[in-house]
Design a protein around this ligand. Sequence first.
Ligand code: GLU
Length: 296
Amino acid sequence: MSFRTRFAPSPTGPLHLGHAYSALLAHDRARAAGGAFLLRLDDIDQARARAHWARQIEDDLGWLGITWDAPVMRQSDRIPRYRAALGDLWARGLLYPCTCTRRDIEAAAAAPQEGAPLLGPDGRVYPGTCRADAPRAGPLPEGPALRLDMARALDLAGVAARPLGFEETGLAEPPSLDPESLIAGIGDVALARRDMGASYHLSVVLDDADQAITHVIRGADLAPATAIHVLLQRLLGLPTPVYHHHRLIRDEAGRRLAKRDDARAIATYRADGRSPADIRMMVGLQPSIALAERRP
Ligand code: GLU
């Protein structure tokens, strides 16, 4: 099997140590396998994405010794592709429009008869308020959020019939893909958000397929979302890549690094005179032969 992987940062903040680890790990593995490494900018959330962060990310990656083998893909250029896939799912009766606000969802999930509110990969599991009465016929609705009817999706022949499998998750316990936990623990996920052409889940699945990605290497924080991604691949007739979810880089107090954590931004380390080899050491990666050769 050929090896094609990618790094897909969202340009909503600086590249920090956690991102550097993810990108270097994927890049090292692609180079070791004689495969390809691609860069994609997950800028679907145009309200938060910034061109200057995209430039900084590309610059920091180059400084780390990372090269990519195809022009950068940008989600913001691909809205028609995402809408076409939504149109396909809509025509099959698998989506419904949802007008609930975040506050509506909180309130419904917190109602006494609901028991303890469940948290899924996107926060509160949607309690299904709009599911029964939402229109499902006519043209694809343009504006509201569109949710996947999870129970219907799982009913489709070929989805539930074959077990949804994972390969090489890198986790002690791979996320569960059985129908019960998809319905109860993930529920009717949004595939299009209000005022956003598509959600992360839909776009990432289409992007990976269109870039012919064979190996997805990303943080363990995204492992629960992978169940959604594998299901969408089944529904859309797309191949499922090998998923490897790596450990997360934490600060001294054991907290996960966040975008706003400028102290661990690669740009800050650069300004402090650290080298790419220092960054590799900080995240626990072996020195790179390519970097060693570049040294004077
Ligand atoms: N854009 C996502 C993030 O920065 C990563 C998506 C992915 O690797 O699938 O968390």
